[in-house]
Design a protein around this ligand. Sequence first.
Ligand code: SAM
Length: 261
Amino acid sequence: MKSNIYFSDDTTTIYHGDCFDVLNNEIKESTVDVIFADPPYFLSSGGISNSGGKMVKVDKGDWDVPTTFEEKHEFNRKWIKLCKRLLKDNGTIWISGTLHNIYSIGVALEQEGFKILNNITWQKTNPPPNLGCRNFTHSTETILWARKDDKKARHYFNYELMKELNDGKQMKDVWTGSLTPQKEKEFGKHPTQKPLYVIERLLRASTQPGDVVLDPFMGSGTTGVACKKLDLNFIGIEKESDYADFAKTRIINMLIQEELF
Ligand code: SAM
């Protein structure tokens, strides 16, 4: 698949294409301050789930179909390695996942020369019920935060702001809140759209105005929307054209709301 720039303005670039190609060929080395990645979970195995009260097959798309453990791990090592080349020495990377991929990602991060700073648990207040009734209801996702494993690396953490947002107490690594609300889905649907408050919090914790943020698996563009709210430059990559389009619409709408467009 040939990658191309789908949308760009002074502070935003959206690529429609395969992130392996774009990360390798389109973005300059050591130019990115923070990466947020929400890669495939590899969980669409045809099992049963719940959507809007109905029993449905788990099918988030071809990009999410499980492979062998070795293939999944090789995939994770490969994109993490490409991201590391683009990240500045003091930069950090956030990666979200579920039990299906997060253990591979944790190992891949260490294998590719990262040091994990935090293991954030995003606890969902309104998870879908477990229809199989053979194990506990899945109600959390994990977000790993890491920096390059180099003693000289000085990552940025806005400790004071996080404390302020938590009523003057140190912010903990369990973040509780609802699934993505309907009002964030007004321009389209994506099966794994993250809520804005989660991405906003992690960007507020780790970026300064004007920083460059990269999302190699952009989906509906939640990271881009958060970047526009926070005066950050954004580079997003998405291989499905419908999602690239959805992301562009959401980002432009946020620029209009902020009167930046
Ligand atoms: N965080 C996103 C959001 O809030 O909408 C959801 C990301 S979703 C888990 C992963 C996305 O990565 C999907 O939209 C999928 O189409 C895309 N994707 C999968 N493999 C890709 C690849 N090799 N290059 C670029 N995008 C890819």
